[in-house]
Write a protein that binds this ligand. Structure first.
Ligand code: OGA
Ligand code: MN
Length: 200
């Protein structure tokens, strides 16, 4: 049996503490260069298969205009990222009793001019999404390129999170957030840590 450990750069205690205090956490320097390279290659080689993202009532490009590709077992490199998130989920379950037992993920590509308006990933605790995670995999991002994640934390304070390469932003899926219009191509993996125990 292959045993997979969390990447060493992930400070689990800090992540748990930040989620507990603020409802969100940032991890930087997530993966080594070889893995980032392979993952970016897997993402960009599939870009022609990305589809206009939909929200609950179908495609509505005044709400979001990015394109996505759902991740399945065929995307071998992305699977390692999912595995890391599964390991992290065990820590989250132990600390917060979240009951996370599934991960749902897609690549996302925002081309210049694309955005995602204010929303919650799990508005009334009804869809099983507990924690949202976004890993940024473009090679470079500058502060004036737009594309920031604008997030309201659990104490109602707003934060501007730059989509720095090799960064994970993770937050409670019930928190309000948006993606500001990007000025350059912005590549990411969004993954939701899910529980089947839906709240009523
Ligand atoms: C999402 C989302 C944030 C980001 O995919 O639901 O809010 O920074 N993504 O890409
Ligand atoms: Mn979202």
């Amino acid at each position: 049996m292959e045993v997979i450990f969390l990447p060493k750069s992930w400070n689990v205690d800090q992540i748990l503490d930040d989620l507990d205090q603020h409802g969100f956490a940032i991890i930087d320097d997530v993966y080594p260069p070889e893995y980032i390279h392979a993952l970016t290659e897997e993402c960009t080689s599939h870009l022609t298969q990305f589809r206009q993202a939909a929200i609950q009532n179908g495609v509505m490009n005044q709400i979001r205009s990015d394109h996505i590709l759902w991740i399945n077992e065929d995307l071998n490199i992305a699977q390692h990222h999912i595995e890391s998130l599964k390991q992290l989920s065990q820590n989250l379950n132990r600390a917060f009793y979240l009951g996370i037992n599934d991960i749902e993920a897609h690549f996302a590509c925002y081309n210049a001019g694309e955005f995602y308006a204010l929303h919650r990933d799990n508005p009334q605790g009804k869809n099983g999404r507990m924690i949202s995670t976004v890993y940024y995999l473009h090679a470079e991002w500058q502060d004036d390129w737009g594309g920031q994640l604008h997030l309201q934390d659990k104490n109602n304070h707003w934060h501007i999170i730059q989509p720095q390469p090799n960064r994970i932003a993770m937050f409670q899926s019930d928190l309000l957030h948006e993606v500001i219009k990007a000025k350059h191509q912005r590549l990411s993996i969004t993954a939701w840590l899910r529980s089947d125990q839906l709240r009523l």
